[in-house]
Design a protein around this ligand. Structure first.
Ligand code: FDA
Length: 319
């Protein structure tokens, strides 16, 4: 119920205007967002790196509707790539294709992602394409496939365990050698497309984890690159201890070296788990969002966990 409410609010312009103007909202959101500027995000990445944790930088924004805004968003990602290189950080970048034009001009989106991938190539860096609502799944996969056909190997893609179609999508890309971030899925989807029950999503997540390990094995178990930027084939992106435990056991039973997978978590969530996994010798990457368009991202984080709503309200009473 609360999940649905917050996912609907994440798309409501009136709610965005109201909430982003309300001071305590940013205080609550800043638990999940590294800051409004690149400089703040770089500082967070530096701190993560000093704890032995890798990062992926996400300049927040989605569903851009103008060409200028889409080009500007692509330039922001390129600036982040330059900064990662200049500061010698162990980080790559994540991009939402709707931010760089996918929702209204696929050709423009292709030009923009090409520019980003070219820039990333120059510093041997890597770009992960986030996955958004299911109405963009086909288009997102098509742009990913196109980028690979253009010869860019420095690009990966996110898949969502809640969609019924995901195993088939992953298998259709396996031959190309695909680096995947697997997550549960954060959007409001109809039961015709996604498992409505959490236990089915969890079981799908485990099934897909096993599938990704098999794909990794068939590709000779590629490892994390020495500079921490190019991930191995499976990025297991969850804070769910049971899913992580399943992945660990499955990887061990297949003899997968620890750096042939990585665990990925969101900034501000389960810091204890991040440190535990690092201590166990696994690569851990934290997704570090930053920028002024934090509202939809924040609403999705509230939707995931009702307790976060009390966190928001407690900030209201402290105001
Ligand atoms: P689950 O929701 O079952 O949570 C397990 C436990 O994690 C909870 O019990 C709680 O302890 C903790 N937790 C989870 N969410 C929390 C929150 N918001 N606040 C506090 N604690 C929380 N989705 C998508 O659709 N497209 C994408 O591209 C991405 N990209 C992405 C990258 C990375 C690195 C991660 C970790 C996640 C994503 N996601 C995503 C989001 C993902 O789909 C999912 O919504 C969240 O990770 C929450 O689900 P969990 O797997 O953590 O499980």
């Amino acid at each position: 119920m609360l999940r649905t409410l917050f996912l609907l609010l994440s798309k409501a312009f009136w709610a965005q205007r109201m909430i982003t103007r309300w001071g305590p909202a940013w205080r609550a959101a800043s638990r999940f967002i590294a800051g409004e500027t690149l400089a703040e995000a770089l500082k967070v990445v530096g701190e993560l790196n000093s704890r032995g944790i890798l990062a992926t930088l996400d300049h927040l924004g989605e569903n851009t509707t103008h060409a200028d805004a889409a080009r500007l968003a692509a330039e922001e990602v390129m600036t982040a790539l330059d900064a990662i290189q200049a500061h010698e950080l162990r980080a790559n970048v994540s991009v939402k294709l709707s931010q760089i034009g996918l929702a209204f001009d696929e050709q423009l989106c292709r030009e923009n992602i090409k520019g980003i991938l070219e820039k990333a190539l120059r510093s041997e860096n890597f770009v992960c394409i986030d996955m958004e609502d299911s109405f963009l799944t086909d288009a997102t996969i098509a742009v990913y496939r196109w980028a690979r056909q253009q010869g860019y190997d420095n690009v990966g893609i996110v898949f969502q365990a809640y969609l019924y179609r995901t195993a088939i999508d992953i298998q259709s890309l396996a031959e190309m050698g695909v680096r995947v971030r697997l997550c549960k899925g954060a959007y409001k989807e109809p039961p015709e497309r996604a498992y409505p029950r959490k236990r089915d999503v969890d079981s799908s997540f485990d099934h897909l984890t096993a599938l990704l390990f098999e794909i990794s094995e068939s590709q000779g178990m590629p490892r994390l690159s020495a500079d921490g930027r190019v991930p191995p084939v499976p990025g297991i992106a969850t804070h769910d201890a049971a899913r992580i435990e399943y992945a660990r056991r499955r990887a061990d039973s297949m003899g997968l070296p620890r750096d042939a997978l990585e665990f990925q978590l969101l900034y501000g969530i389960r810091r204890d788990l991040q440190s535990q996994l690092v201590a166990q010798g696994y690569p851990v990457r934290v997704y570090v969002p930053y920028g002024s368009h934090w509202y939809p991202y924040f609403m999705r984080r509230l939707a995931e966990r009702p307790a976060n709503v009390w966190f928001l309200l407690s900030n209201f009473f402290r105001a």
